[in-house]
Design a protein around this ligand. Structure first.
Ligand code: R5P
Length: 305
């Protein structure tokens, strides 16, 4: 008697946009889930048509980093709809980088609070939103910004593990806003830390001072590592490096979580004397050296339990 092979349909699947392939495959591997790409067709007028794997298992995990965000956000919202129509009952967005988080107030009359607008859009369309190290300054928790079940994962354990051989280094956050993650990384890595005072006068013009540098212990921090959540124009890293070198640091390296690095940014960092720039892989970039998908896999495992 011939038996038809039994095909077991997965209960959960990682769906990913082509530009998030590497992160998504790392996540699928770490979480033990199947994966499938989302196909994207761009019409001549610039509109996007998506195809997700159909039928979709009941639990869908959609992966896309939302750097260079405007078109990506629209496509991500469309993918949520496609997944539900294909049968997914619970759709989780894993956005390793969540954009628009820095515009968290009206800084000049006439501006929107972009953080709340984008947070609401995503929270309304997804059952769960998971991201890494979102730039939360005025908001206490991600849930205050993204309604529903939102989860912010700290990149500190992965960055700290990468700093294991950095004994004797001083960790430097460029500004007060960076104190939270600088402290978390420093504690996990057992390193001293300090934060600077930053004044930004334009997109590319930043001044940073480190008034609290531990002068007496100067010999102990001949090596400095700047840690920040985002590098965009590179102006912040460059200004921090100049200040640290002026204060006596012999070498300055930099580690960022989200490697946006607009054109010219890396050159700006090098010109300021930064020896090495490394990043996590939340945004695909040549500086990626610290994988963070395993941190997300642990959260997904907790959700499934
Ligand atoms: C701002 O508060 C962030 O934490 C980063 O320091 C900032 O976004 C970096 O931007 P840029 O590279 O353009 O100076």
């Amino acid at each position: 008697m011939s038996r038809r092979p039994v095909r077991i349909r997965p209960v959960a699947m990682v769906h990913y946009f082509p530009d998030a392939r590497s992160f998504a495959l790392g996540l699928a591997r770490a979480a033990g889930l199947a994966s499938a790409p989302v196909r994207v067709h761009i019409f001549p007028d610039g509109e996007s048509l998506l195809h997700v794997r159909a039928p979709a298992p009941p639990r869908a995990v959609l992966v896309r980093s939302l750097h260079d965000p405007n078109a990506r956000i629209v496509e991500t919202l469309l993918a949520a709809d496609a997944l539900r129509r294909a049968g997914a009952r619970r759709v989780t967005l894993v956005a390793p980088y969540l954009p628009y988080m820095r515009q968290d107030d009206v800084f000049a009359a006439g501006e929107p609070v972009s953080q709340r607008v984008i947070g609401s859009l995503l929270g309304e369309r997804f059952d769960r939103v998971i991201t890494i190290e979102p730039h939360l300054h005025r908001a206490r928790r991600l849930g205050d910004v993204v309604p529903g079940r939102a989860r912010a994962i700290s990149a500190a354990p992965a960055v700290a593990a990468h700093l294991e051989d950095a004994r004797g280094c001083l960790l430097a956050g460029p500004d007060e806003e960076s104190a939270r993650w600088t402290r978390a990384i420093a504690r996990a890595a057992g390193l001293p830390w300090v934060v600077g005072r930053k004044t930004r006068t334009s997109d590319h013009s930043v001044r940073i001072d480190f008034p609290d540098l531990p002068g007496a212990a100067r010999r102990a921090w001949r090596r400095a590592v700047i840690v920040d959540d985002i590098a965009s124009s590179g102006a912040t890293l460059a200004a921090a490096a100049r200040a640290l070198r002026k204060a006596g640091a012999a070498t300055v390296d930099a580690i960022v979580v989200h490697a946006i690095f607009a054109p010219g940014a890396l050159g700006r960092c090098r010109a300021a004397g930064i020896r090495r720039v490394l990043s996590t892989d939340t945004i695909p970039h040549a500086t990626n050296a610290i994988p963070v998908a395993p941190l997300v896999a642990r959260v997904l495992a907790g959700d499934a339990a």
